[in-house]
Design a binder for this molecule. Structure first.
Ligand code: HEM
Length: 219
């Protein structure tokens, strides 16, 4: 915005400095593997938009969850598309984030001064896996029910605290309406809040420290 309005706003908000820091920052000569972080960001935005749209029709109760998902897939205009994008986007997100992490490992991008970027990345990976696990139950079909039965039982295997973890996850001894409500709450409120906060810190650090250059032999 080279306009008068842009300058008027810049005098009051200082937005040009922020814009330049984000979009006009210098980056070293890198290769295509360095686009995996942005690709992760892209699928994250896809998941947020399609996920919000799905909540318009999805009902997180044992009576209605499965039917509401069927209704979205067969009756709602473009519902199949929105659900498909969210469903396949979930797998794409896990794959892309892992590939992005492998790039960071292979190129030593985690080293000084980017350790904290790495730490936030590790938690991001756990959050992404949490999204996959909690989202899998939401259609409340046989596959979802039994996968979560098995998954929560595995989470319940550690000694001493295992039983406590299992009951926290299920909201009781067995899978029930409470489990579904819990997984839904985690999937649409708790995990997205953590994800957005962490991505904010992650990207701030990427800009603050600059992207690392491709390492040379022996470096
Ligand atoms: C939703 C998940 C994630 C998003 C949206 C994201 C996004 C990004 C973006 C856009 C960049 C800059 C471009 C690039 O290097 O590709 C980046 C850099 C980085 N990411 Fe991630 N990331 C995520 C997960 C992770 C994970 C799981 C790790 C590691 C455990 C990680 C560690 C790093 C590090 C250390 C850098 C700096 C690399 C360098 O300067 O060479 N990120 N991330």
């Amino acid at each position: 915005m080279g306009t008068k309005l842009g300058s008027w706003l810049d005098e009051r908000l200082g937005w040009r400095q922020v814009w330049d820091a984000i979009f006009l920052r210098k980056i070293p000569k890198v290769n295509w593997f360095y686009t995996l972080g942005s690709a992760s960001l892209f699928v994250t935005v896809n998941q947020l938009i399609t996920g919000i749209l799905l909540t318009i029709y999805y009902v997180p109760t044992p009576d209605h969850a499965y039917d509401s998902v069927m209704f979205i897939t067969t009756q709602v205009p473009a519902g199949w598309l929105i659900r498909g994008l969210h469903h396949w986007g979930a797998s794409a997100m896990v794959i892309l984030v892992i590939l992005h992490m492998l790039r960071v490992i292979l190129y030593g991008g985690y080293k000084y001064p980017r350790e904290v970027t790495w730490f936030t990345g590790v938690i991001l990976l756990i959050v992404v896996i949490g999204f996959g696990f909690s989202g899998y139950l939401l259609p409340w079909d046989q596959k979802a029910y039994w996968a979560t039965t098995v998954g929560t039982r595995i989470a319940g295997t550690p000694p001493i605290i295992g039983d406590w973890i299992l009951r926290i996850m299920r909201g009781g001894e067995e899978l029930s309406a409470v489990t579904l409500a819990r997984f839904f709450g985690g999937h649409v409120w708790i995990l997205p809040s953590i994800l957005l906060l962490l991505i904010g810190i992650h990207l701030y650090l990427v800009i603050r420290n600059g992207i690392s250059a491709v390492p040379k032999r022996g470096e």
